[in-house]
Ligand binder design. Sequence first.
Ligand code: PBG
Length: 327
Amino acid sequence: MTAEFPAARPRRLRRTPAMRRMVTSTRLHPAELIMPAFVKEGIAEPQQVGSMPGVVQHTRDSLRKAVHEAAEAGVGGVMLFGIPAVKDSRGSAADDPEGITQRALRDVVAEVGDALVVMADTCLDEVTDHGHCGILTPEGEVDNDATLERYVSMAVAQARAGSQMISPSGMMDGQVGAIRAGLDAAGFSQLPIMAYAAKYASAFFGPFRDAVETPKDFGDRKAYQQDPAGPRGEALREVRLDLAEGADIVMVKPALAYLDILREVRDTVEVPVAAYQVSGEYAMIEAAAANGWIDRDRAIMESLVAIRRAGADLILTYWATEVARRI
Ligand code: PBG
């Protein structure tokens, strides 16, 4: 039997900063943060992303510097998104050894070595002119199996450019297995895969479209990303399939609106679980704070603690370097 009031007074453990600090259960560490970063081909100066105040499309030089700073702050990893100067229907830049992502990977690896884990998004939406995550059929549907071939070629190009982890995010069926086989055949059996396993067709990806210059009229991703109100077991099914296909880390995305899914996944799998605090989550806090409506720093920390507490071992966040310095 636990005591009841007045013997029980939970406030005793909350009275002083030292007491609260000692009994803390959820702590953040810089090494579990991954910084997403955008790099655009052919620009002379970094460009502000309008809907993500404080986030830029980097030049190759400014990216090197930003990753250097992240490494110095102790951030665990960096996830690159390359925006090519020219996009086409098959995303030719994706597996071109001289494509912007491959160049940026080589730059960054040369800059930081293995001070942090360097990786890039393995998906086609940043490099296709239509903005979808795959190859389209004549009817305009994303062709799953034709897209897999492109993902494999892209993953191998990224591996050859020095990527230290492959991170498929396109939600095609069989993508992890295809990429695993392709990497192994190309001599990269040591390279881990972090799979965007449970990824929802989310309005919270909105500002990201600005960041990677997705055409405004591209439609939506509902035919491949999960329905937020979809079948109750769908997230776990996606996670199970990705693990069976060889995923080393699984991800839930977005984070804050999917904390229940995150907890469910964490309680079910044995591998590390990542969560992506996406562009819209970032923009909401920055916008409210800019209006003086919330305390920016506290809101950032509270959101990250919530994601951690729900079960994330790794968190992708645009605030990675700033938060790593603060904690
Ligand atoms: C796919 C990808 C997206 C994001 C990361 N990888 C867009 C999408 O899946 O629709 C979104 C990240 C964010 O919103 O911060 N390449």
